[in-house]
Design a binder for this molecule. Structure first.
Ligand SMILES: *[C@@H]1O[C@H](CO)[C@@H](O)[C@H](O)[C@H]1NC(C)=O
Ligand SMILES: *[C@@H]1O[C@H](CO)[C@@H](O)[C@H](O)[C@H]1NC(C)=O
Ligand SMILES: *[C@@H]1O[C@H](CO)[C@@H](O)[C@H](O)[C@H]1NC(C)=O
Length: 303
């Protein structure tokens, strides 16, 4: 084949094969068996990756999160997270837990790493709308860059060396040119975008798909060529309205079919929000209550 034919052939290969497809998982109250139950239910639904927010097991100072042995046992890949908004001493504990996990579990762990996110929505929380929404403590881009450099140093020379290191934030943070230095320091950008919460826009379900991809495209345009991963999005099955956005199983299905299926079809790494969200309002869970989570979804997850 001529080069042009080979390139055309390569371009025609499905890119979906390599993409990560998962859910987001909190740490509170989860031991290894709880994580295993969640990962197995997610796997039964076709979601084989887990995004975490912290390296630290709930209730400990700096022991590695038990999602790691659960991921090893269930063959679940991991978008690791280090919480970055609680000060330098807490970040040192996140790093200690990462180091301990690499030592303790070796390549059984590090082979599963999709990426390492330093922080989650830290900058959003200190923007005017983050403050207005009482979203909690955050930090600015200089702190995240410093912590990214600490993670790169920590994994250098270990079996996790070379794993992509980046940051997760909201689309409006990424689209702000004041983040250019941070973007330069990232291997990937994780974007959280919820048309549901975009109450200053006409945010009915009818506009949601276009709004989401507008957010995604704004992030990609700012990304300096770095890959943009979808780290959180979803639509609630229940809860009070959010401007024009109505929570319902039907609308969650419509959103998933449009946004989720497009993302999976295009081979974009995606961690959906979320597997189970019982007791929350709005509730974004794709399955209802139960431990382990049920494997029958509230709406069809096939594309
Ligand atoms: C962009 O970032 C700057 C500096 O942090 C901030 O002052 C400004 O409000 C941001 N703009 C928007 C639209 O968030
Ligand atoms: C935060 O507050 C603003 C202004 O009230 C609102 O438009 C926006 O949707 C809120 N964002 C979130 C994520 O709750
Ligand atoms: C959702 O938007 C994407 C990107 O523009 C488009 O490719 C897709 O067809 C849309 N899906 C629906 C159901 O409108």
């Amino acid at each position: 084949m001529r080069t042009s034919q080979i390139l055309a052939f390569v371009a025609a290969l499905p890119s979906t094969l390599a993409a990560y497809k998962g859910f987001n998982y909190g740490s509170t109250g989860n031991d290894q068996s709880a994580f295993e139950g969640q990962f197995n239910s997610a796997k039964a639904l076709g979601f084989t990756s887990a995004r975490l927010y912290t390296m630290i097991q709930d209730g400990t100072t700096n022991s590695p999160i038990s999602a790691i042995p659960a991921a090893i046992d269930t063959g679940t890949t991991l978008l690791l997270g280090l919480w970055a908004s609680a000060g330098d001493a807490d970040f040192a504990n996140e790093l200690a837990a990462l180091n301990a996990a690499i030592t303790q579990y070796g390549t059984a762990f590090t082979d599963l790493i999709a990426g390492i996110s330093v922080g989650s929505e830290d900058i959003y929380r200190i923007t005017p709308i983050g403050i207005e929404n009482n979203s909690g403590a955050g930090v600015g881009p200089a702190t995240i860059i410093n912590y990214i450099n600490q993670v790169r140093s920590a994994i250098a020379g270990t079996s996790a060396a070379g794993k992509p290191v980046g940051h997760v934030d909201t689309y409006n943070v990424w689209a702000n040119s004041s983040q250019n230095a941070l973007i330069g320091a990232c291997d990937f950008l994780g974007v959280d975008a919820y048309p549901w919460y975009e109450t200053t826009k006409a945010n009915s379900i009818d506009n949601a798909n276009a709004t989401f991809w507008g957010d995604y495209d704004d992030t990609t345009a700012a990304a300096q060529g770095k890959p943009v991963w979808i780290t959180e999005t979803g639509w609630p099955v229940s809860g009070a309205n959010s401007n024009e956005a109505v929570a319902s199983v039907q609308n969650a299905q419509t959103y998933y079919d449009a946004v989720g299926c497009t993302a999976f079809g295009e081979g974009i790494n995606t961690w959906w929000y979320t597997l189970q969200d019982s007791g929350s309002s709005p509730s974004f869970g794709v399955v209802g209550a139960g431990s382990p989570p049920p494997t029958t979804p509230l709406y069809s997850l096939s594309c």
